[in-house]
Design a protein around this ligand. Sequence first.
Ligand code: NAD
Ligand code: WQD
Length: 336
Amino acid sequence: MSLLITGGTGYIGSHTVVELLNAGDDVVVVDNLSNSSTKSLDRVEQITGKRPVFIKADICDKQAMQDVFSTYDIDTVIHFAGLKAVGESTQMPLEYYHNNVTGTLVLLDVMKQFDVKKLVFSSSATVYGEHNVSPLVESMPTSATNPYGQTKLMIEHILFDLANSDADWSIISLRYFNPIGAHVSGLIGENPNGIPNNLLPFVAQVAVGRLPQLSVFGDDYDTIDGTGVRDYIHVVDLATAHLKAVAALSKVNGCMAINVGTGNGTSVLQIVNKFKEVSGVDIAYQISPRRPGDIATVFANADLANEFLHWHAERDLDDMIRDTWRWQSQNPNGFE
Ligand code: NAD
Ligand code: WQD
């Protein structure tokens, strides 16, 4: 029996593949390499001494997905594959809806055809929209403010409807907060194309001199120091949450959404100062206008993950920043 990992050469997928291989699981990775390369799997092999099966395929390609399911004895799917840049999604909505929503529909259709009905899906805290007050709880109303967020919300609706229609499905939708950090080896990490959109890769690239300075988007929020507060979670803790979720699928009849965060909020300036402390490098920054669509404070209530998955974040902010810095300083140009 194998686990199918869509998007397994990407940032969160590659870290999860490491944990799965270390746990002795058989892993089949499908990725179209639109935002990654197989170099991450070379590094996964360096870390674990094992190499997962890799198939270059697009999840929208039904025939290719059918070939995967007929060749390998797939038992469970962890579905990471998707486009994830919020700004880009507003410029290319059709590509985002097609890739993320159609891709998931094709995957689900093929899973159904092969009677594989266990799924862990990569959702996002973005589904809480802009009106809920943190700590965010799974029972709160959901909404979306951009096409990327809409795709996550639409997919969650599809998953709930599917599970309601057929009791054989067991689905967990993990709502990630802000994944950062890297494997402790420094061999794999986040490798964004072009100028990073997210805070940590941006700060890390300032630290290694690839970018001149950080723009801090707003210092007049109602937060500890006026800058935005988020729930940063170490990518390896996030990876282990997937193993716990796979194990918990046997307890799930239907579809469940579960937050994966630490429950702690950290501001932009706290991140900048911590990065400086850990790396010894000064992070040049300027205060800039607020970024449209941002909200002041987002952090999780992580009780359900603690109780239902028996999962707790084990790594603190020092670990997250130290591991980000190790990855970035050892690989200033990513996997290149
Ligand atoms: P990533 O871009 O590093 O990984 C996604 C992978 O999916 C890439 O390797 C890409 O090549 C692949 N992919 C995209 N479309 C595909 C398709 N049609 N067919 C096959 N492969 C395809 O991103 P990540 O940060 O590892 O994110 C993984 C998942 O987690 C995504 O679904 C993302 O939306 C979700 N997520 C990420 C974050 C975050 O901040 N990184 C937060 C919440 C949710
Ligand atoms: C964090 C904080 C910014 C960059 C996004 C997506 C979300 C999810 C995770 C996938 C905010 C500030 C940032 C910069 C800054 N992705 N910032 N200067 O916005 O919480 O979430 O990634 O699902 O859907 O929206 O993360 O890392 O972009 O920002 O000051 O150059 O850092 O304003 O307060 P965000 P982020």
